[in-house]
Design a protein around this ligand. Structure first.
Ligand code: BGC
Length: 769
């Protein structure tokens, strides 16, 4: 079909949504993707081609300095390929109308947004979600996010963020799935499937964008945007797998990271974007920069705007987010022979193909059904699911003398500013959330127990340092405050405690203490809250901490002082009811940490799958926390973390026994079965995440002391025993060697099962080839 016919077709479908709606049941036939895109490319001017690579922000929310002017005019001239940060179906429809009615070639725009952990129905922050270890829940959260976002005009999300991080100083650890490549890969896959569904042609799925490619989670000293310097063997084995998992799951787009890799910023790194991503991993979607990522290469010291834009294009970047380096310099670079026309055409083709895959050439208003927006967003059903999922993400860190679950007849002293900090409940990157909707812990608790049974006192301000408090409440989320002297606030809290049977202290970070540009060198609870906790001890009542946090915190002291600690991260819009469900045992906690909690910040980076060194401390001394001279340990703190990866308690207890491997040898092409009985020995039905780790005892390169290779989240009734089995094949034993070949080496392996990464329950088998 000739382009004129295509345009005619496009024009016909654009007459009006109503006309289209009437016709919608009829199957529209348009040319195949290849034919349509090739025809369009042949008609496009160089300016129009470059325009497709331009992604401005609508400017409602900004993360950088740049602003885009006259977006409407540019869209009319065909100088915009997509737009992001615009909310509401009616507005998106208006903008789309400009593109498909006023621009020469009537090419529809794609509309992106940071739909990171839900849309208006907001789920726990990703780090919290990852602690559910429940791939169905995680996929469901992405599905609901896609349904709501697509009902509001969005067809592209900048998620999942899969950057492995072993450094809780880095605030963006909150946006990822923690420290482990295996768990991270499973989550990456689940998210992509959740967003993209079976087909992007459906109107309730959206295109995912895996980010930030690559290694953004390993900045020096945990400072955001800082330099990353890492061996290739570590990249391939420990950091790349979740990105690759997204590519293997069919992710439609990839976002470049801000950091450098091997001395070249990711945005201009041809090895990364072309050799690894396209040639090795066979990715065939498009790559977008991060926000002004091209322009930032000037500060990195890579040249002027024309030079860095050409560098990005030649490296394999397709779309320029916000910075307009492509828009303003690529034409010149093509004319001067600095960017081959074929490279540019390939980028334009990928963008057009993505639009085709989303069904936008079939119907540019496909995501602009106003009725859907009214009925499918923030529904009762979605919120109930969000509440259930949030409860599954909480991690019970401590529960001495079974203080939890609470009894409904106990009077509760509820303290802490976070118990009433409504706008903080969704946590970082909640751009679509309506901040009047989250339910606080106080509201939910009073609804459950009746106001008379909840004695609320703020007890302290968020912190003593007003500048720090302001940072915690960035983006218009001021924290509740009280100007009275701290002693007066303490006295009030103690009074509330005296009248009550138990103290529940909502303690921790504010929503904006984690997320982008929120790195911390101090991982402690803010001092004002720490001091209140010490005061509260005077009441001699059990103390339950409900911990809000966007990263692992150093809570060694709080762990001594409190009787129970429930880590709830930032739970989303349904925070209060989800927390109440767990505090009262309607839901038995089953979350497990996806990131290690250090004893203090000096242990960072600390992670379970480290190497052994030539001078390891013995297991016995490690467990006792004893120091030994000339061994790899610290003078002042044990090597062990406060809480290891995979850790999390339940109101019940689980016993592991009858641990077996089906054979002591695993041959090429064969498999062995690893099985264990898990018995619920306590008084509650519960869920356990049964974890399997391996250790490769001898290798051509050094291997980690443990690596997660399987897990199952299983519901086990009280008194019940379940036999859990895992299969291991040679594939599970593979790693990248010095040549970066993915191989399994013959020899002895240990296999561990248990309730967290500290497990010492192990057996041996041998891989024979
Ligand atoms: C962040 C990305 C985000 C983008 C668009 C950047 O500052 O690094 O994660 O997707 O802004 O909002």
């Amino acid at each position: 079909m000739k382009l004129r016919t295509i345009s005619l077709f496009v024009a016909t479908v654009l007459l009006s949504t109503a006309t289209f709606a009437q016709k919608k049941n009829k199957q529209k036939t348009i040319p195949s993707k290849d034919v349509l895109v090739t025809e369009l490319l042949s008609k496009m001017t160089l300016e129009e081609k470059i325009g497709q690579l331009n992604l401005p922000s609508a400017g409602e929310f900004t993360t950088g300095q740049a602003t885009n002017s006259d977006i409407g005019g540019k869209i009319e001239k065909g100088l915009v390929g997509g737009l992001f940060n615009i909310k509401s179906v009616a507005r998106i429809r208006d903008v789309q109308k400009v593109a498909v009615e006023k621009s020469r070639l009537k090419i529809p725009l794609i509309f992106g947004m940071d739909v990171i952990h839900g849309y208006e129905t907001t789920f726990p922050i990703p780090l919290g979600l990852s602690c559910s270890w429940d791939m169905n829940h995680i996929k469901t959260s992405a599905q609901i996010a896609a349904k709501e976002a697509s009902a509001d005009g969005i067809n592209w999300t900048f998620s999942p963020m899969v950057d492995i991080s072993r450094d809780p100083r880095w605030g963006r650890a909150s946006e990822g799935s923690g420290e482990d490549a295996y768990l991270g890969s499973q989550i990456s896959k689940a998210m992509v499937h959740g967003y993209q569904g079976n087909s992007l042609m459906d109107n309730n799925t959206i295109m995912a964008c895996v980010k930030h490619f690559a290694l953004y989670g390993a900045p020096e000293a945990g400072r955001d945007y800082n330099t990353v310097d890492m061996s290739h063997i570590r990249m391939y084995n420990e950091y790349f797998p979740p990105y690759k998992a997204a590519v293997d799951a069919g992710v439609g787009s990839v976002m470049a990271s801000f950091n450098e890799i091997d001395g070249v910023p990711a945005t201009g790194n041809k090895w990364l974007m072309t050799d690894v991503l396209r040639n090795q991993w066979k990715f065939n979607g498009f790559v977008v920069t991060d926000y002004t990522g091209i322009n930032e290469m000037i500060e990195h010291g890579m040249g002027d705007l024309q030079a860095v834009s050409a560098l990005a294009m030649n490296a394999g970047i397709d779309m320029d987010m916000v910075g307009e380096g492509f828009l303003t310099t690529l034409k010149k670079s093509v004319e001067e022979g600095k960017v081959p026309m074929a490279q540019l055409d390939a980028a334009v083709r990928r963008i057009l193909e993505a639009k085709y895959d989303l069904g936008l050439f079939h119907d540019p208003y496909k995501y602009c059904d106003v009725k859907r927006a009214k009925t499918e967003i923030f529904t009762k059903e979605n919120r109930q699911i969000a509440q259930n999922i949030a409860a599954e993400s909480f991690v019970l860190l401590k529960n001495s003398k079974s203080v939890l679950p609470l009894q409904a007849n106990q009077k509760v002293a509820l303290v802490g500013p976070l118990a009433i900090a409504q706008k903080h409940m969704p946590g970082t990157w909640s751009v679509a959330t309506n901040f009047d909707t989250p339910i606080t812990l106080r509201t939910a608790l009073e609804a459950k127990l009746g106001q008379a049974n909840v004695n609320y006192a703020m007890g302290c301000n968020f912190d003593y340092d007003p500048a720090f408090v302001e940072k915690a409440g960035f983006f218009g989320k001021p924290l509740p405050s009280d100007s009275r002297a701290k002693e007066v606030l303490w006295a009030e809290a103690l009074e509330a405690a005296k009248k009550s049977d138990v103290i529940v202290f909502a303690i921790g970070e504010g929503a904006e203490l984690s997320g982008e540009s929120s790195s911390r060198t101090n991982l402690q609870i803010p001092q004002a809250q720490k001091d209140l906790l010490k005061e509260l001890k005077k009441a001699n009542k059990p103390i339950v901490l409900v911990l809000f946090n966007g990263r692992p915190l150093a809570i060694t002291e709080e762990n001594e002082l409190a009787d129970a600690i429930l880590d709830v991260w930032f739970p989303g819009t349904e925070a209060g009811p989800a927390i109440t469900d767990v505090l009262y045992g309607t839901v038995n906690p089953s979350g497990k940490l996806s990131m290690t909690f250090p004893r203090n910040v000096g242990q960072v980076p600390i992670f379970y799958n480290h190497k052994n060194t030539g001078r390891p401390l013995s297991l016995e001394k490690t467990q006792k926390g004893e120091f030994e001279k000339f061994r790899s340990n610290y003078l002042d703190v044990p090597n062990t973390p406060l809480f290891p990866f995979g850790y999390g308690l339940s109101y019940t207890s689980f016993d592991y026994s009858n641990f077996k491997v089906s054979s002591n040898t695993l041959s090429k092409g064969g498999k062995i079965t690893v099985s264990v009985d898990v018995k619920n020995t306590g008084n509650f039905d519960g869920k356990e995440v049964v974890q399997l780790y391996i250790r490769d005892l001898v290798g051509s390169v050094t291997r980690p002391v443990k690596e997660l290779k399987g897990f199952q989240k299983v519901a086990i009734k009280k008194g019940e025993t379940k036999n859990i089995s895992f299969e291991l094949t040679e594939e599970d034993l593979k790693f990248y060697n010095s040549n970066l070949d993915f191989v399994a080496e013959a020899g002895e392996f240990e296999v561990f099962v248990g309730t967290n990464s500290d497990t010492q329950m192990k057996l041996k088998f041998e891989l024979v080839k």
